[in-house]
Design a binder for this molecule. Structure first.
Ligand SMILES: [Zn+2]
Length: 309
């Protein structure tokens, strides 16, 4: 048995099936991980949370809410594996003691919020199938967006990061005026907030916890967004500055047209606590896996400090 073999492959995009396999393997190797299904996608794929730690300080990291930003799933899966390895071998991770973090905090990681969309963009929905044609019919209405690589939405053509009850009507107005007034590869807010099961799953999951902070992983831009409306959660800007320093990413105010109805927007509104959208990497989505190493090394500080800050 190869004890030191890594489970997470950072060279290949995650499909939903591969993610399920790797979550099982990680749980098998590191039984102290707590895996839980928090909901299902439109097409009944499971959405999981993997919890590291048993401490009272709860935080949540999520990724791949946008389909063509799937490299973020690998970032969080790699973090889980590296943390577990450091914990088991009793070596520091980003100069912090993993045992101390494990006992003080509970890091809830939701690595793939939009499994249906990820499978489309990563080529796991075969051309000619009924599902493929369903996506294609929606995409054909928006011919300037490349297909399937430009797909960010879920199966219903709803942009899951425009589904949260935080100025949802403003988001609707802005996006409708831009032509996204029906199911689309991106930027369609849906027919109401929380109509989509994936958005509802993370919404309910959040309400069942007491998160001190959340990180919502996206690509791209090497930017960290920390604000929502006029909320100024305590420590939020300070923490953002620290994240900016350890990652080299720019700490920025949210641009007006995308300042509504996102997961972090709703979290800040609901709790007045720090929530961050992190736009990892640089280039055109989907970012190539060749960017993984840089993205990961830029973000490891945020991932570690986010759990104890
Ligand atoms: Zn995104």
């Amino acid at each position: 048995m190869e004890i030191n073999k890594q489970i997470v492959n950072t060279k290949e995009p995650y499909s939903y099936t591969k993610l399920q396999e790797d979550i099982k393997k990680l749980k098998g190797k590191y039984p102290f991980l707590q895996v839980e299904t928090i909901g299902e996608s439109v097409q009944k794929r499971q959405i999981q949370s993997i919890r590291i730690g048993t401490g009272a300080n709860e935080v949540m990291y999520s990724s791949s809410i946008h389909a063509n930003e799937y490299i973020t799933t690998t970032v969080l899966m790699k973090f889980i594996e590296d943390f577990c390895e450091a914990y088991t071998k009793e070596i520091d991770i980003f100069e912090h003691n993993p045992k101390m973090i494990f006992n003080a905090s509970s890091i809830y990681i939701v690595p793939m919020l939009n499994p249906d969309g990820v499978d489309l963009v990563t080529g796991n929905v075969k051309e000619g199938t009924e599902d493929y044609n369903h996506y294609k019919e929606i995409a054909d209405q928006f011919s300037s967006i490349s297909f399937p690589s430009g797909w960010k939405a879920n199966y219903n053509g709803v942009d899951l990061n425009l589904q949260f009850p935080a100025r949802w009507n403003e988001a609707r107005e802005i996006k409708f005026s831009q032509g996204f007034n029906k199911p689309a590869p991106r930027d369609f807010v849906g027919f109401g907030p929380l109509t989509e099961p994936e958005a509802l799953a993370i919404y309910n999951f959040t309400l069942m916890h007491n998160f001190r902070l959340i990180l919502a992983y996206h690509t791209q831009g090497e930017v960290i967004f920390w604000q929502y409306a006029n909320f100024m959660p305590q420590d939020s800007e300070e923490i953002g500055k620290i994240f900016s320093m350890v990652s080299g990413y720019t700490l920025s105010t949210t641009p007006y047209e995308s300042a509504n109805a996102g997961l972090k927007d709703w979290f800040i509104q609901q709790y007045n606590r720090p929530g961050y959208t992190i736009e990892a990497g640089l280039g055109t989505n989907p970012l190539p896996m060749s960017q993984f190493d840089k993205i990961y090394s830029d973000n490891i500080g945020i991932l570690v400090l986010g759990s104890i800050i």
